[in-house]
Write a protein that binds this ligand. Structure first.
Ligand code: HEM
Length: 128
């Protein structure tokens, strides 16, 4: 989300005049190899401690940070949890016949999104 610098701001190396449009690049942290073991791969271990328990990481700030952080964070997390849990309980997910792998790379733009792909959702339980 874009932010406008309200005051003039300077360090030894850089200078931002007031009213400068600032676009924070969250990928600089979310894909930082100094913060993450495998930043380019889906890796749930990033969020597990040495005992295999979930641990929150402050480097994972997809909802922004500071005074203007996302107000929908809790709602979004609850919605994603409910949706993802229902889908995982209801279906097996598998590649369509003849497809060997998906393209795991993200498309980075204003938002980060995956390449288009087809996947088969096979019901876990039959209706009968
Ligand atoms: C996965 C879902 C979501 C993600 C990743 C997300 C991410 C973000 C990010 C990065 C910001 C900018 C924070 C900043 O500038 O520091 C933001 C702001 C905001 N988000 Fe979300 N958001 C999500 C869902 C939602 C939902 C469900 C709502 C409302 C129901 C919501 C409402 C807002 C609002 C109102 C702001 C502006 C806050 C402000 O400027 O004070 N977001 N969000």
């Amino acid at each position: 989300m874009k932010r406008m610098e309200q005051y003039q701001w300077a360090t030894e190396k850089s200078h931002l005049p007031g009213d400068t449009l600032v676009l924070p690049d969250l990928c600089s942290v979310l894909l930082d190899p100094k913060q993450w073991e495998t930043p380019q791969q889906f890796n749930p271990n990033h969020f597990l401690d040495k005992d295999g328990k979930y641990t929150a990481r402050e480097e994972f700030f997809v909802f922004g940070a500071g005074a203007r952080t996302c107000v929908g964070e809790q709602m979004a997390k609850i919605e994603m949890f409910i949706l993802f849990t229902i889908l995982m309980r209801s279906f097996h997910f598998q590649l369509p016949k003849g497809v060997k792998e998906l393209n795991p790379k993200s498309i980075i733009g204003l938002v980060v999104h995956p390449h288009c792909y087809k996947i088969c959702a096979v019901p876990r339980y039959s209706a009968s």
